[in-house]
Design a protein around this ligand. Structure first.
Ligand code: DX5
Ligand code: ZN
Length: 219
């Protein structure tokens, strides 16, 4: 069963509690937490406190997507806040392997993210080490952008590599995913669908339908 991970970046922060609870009632499996530093991406979002506050009241799986220049500086605070999985971009740190080890040593799941223009080959030595690969289908920094279709082929490539090598990572896709293109993304092999604007801007019934489509995808 594929999973839905709504990105709270598109939630109404004034009503964060009800936004999170409604998302879960409508079928959200994870909450996707977009952390932006105004350096790696041209926007500021929020830090570890948002995870700590959610986790104080709710056990939902928190999938932290670090869009920051120095991911190593943020591992400790997000682990302490209760993050279940931390993923960071392969394009930024000098020492991806070391950061992945640190996350794993802190008993937290690991993820690596690739931008639309980054080839899968760049992940070659990292794939055996991660629990999740996040394929960006927009350039990171904003919700509400259009999906870049050329990036989606990487889902298929990653699925093939996973089968060939018997790796265990799940494939997550993030950016411009809506009920209009979710079937295509699932058919390529995505295991986790992130959705920001399409999910949070929809009414309750459409949210439930979106989650159902993802949970019951038959191929
Ligand atoms: C982009 C973020 C995405 C974004 C998704 O920088 O990583 O998670 O919030 O939003 P939509 O689904 O609106 O593209
Ligand atoms: Zn994201």
């Amino acid at each position: 069963m594929a999973k839905l991970a709504p990105s709270i970046l598109s939630a109404d922060f004034y009503h964060l509690k009800s936004e999170v609870e409604t998302a879960i009632q409508c079928g959200a499996d994870w909450m996707h937490i977009d952390v932006m530093d105004f350096h790696f991406v041209p926007q500021l979002s929020f830090g570890a406190k948002i995870v700590a506050d959610i986790k104080k009241h709710n056990s939902v799986f928190c999938d932290v997507h670090l869009m920051v220049t120095n991911p190593a500086d943020h591992i400790d605070s997000f682990v302490k806040a209760g993050a279940d999985l931390i993923n960071f971009h392969v394009e930024v740190p000098y020492h991806c392997d070391r950061i992945l080890q640190e996350i794993r040593e802190k008993n937290t799941k690991t993820g690596i993210t690739i931008n639309p223009a980054t080839p899968v080959e760049q992940l070659k030595h990292i794939l055996p080490l991660v629990d999740l690969v996040l394929v960006m289908s927009v350039n990171p920094g904003f919700s509400g952008q259009k999906c870049l279709d050329y990036a989606l082929d990487k889902i298929r490539q990653l699925k093939t590599i996973r089968e060939k090598n018997q790796y265990n990572f799940v494939i997550e896709v993030d950016g411009g995913i809506s009920p209009k293109n979710v079937d295509q993304v699932l058919s390529l092999g995505a295991d986790v669908i992130v959705s920001g604007s399409a999910f949070f801007n929809a009414d309750i019934n459409s949210k439930k339908d979106f989650a159902n489509t993802i949970h019951h995808y038959k191929g």
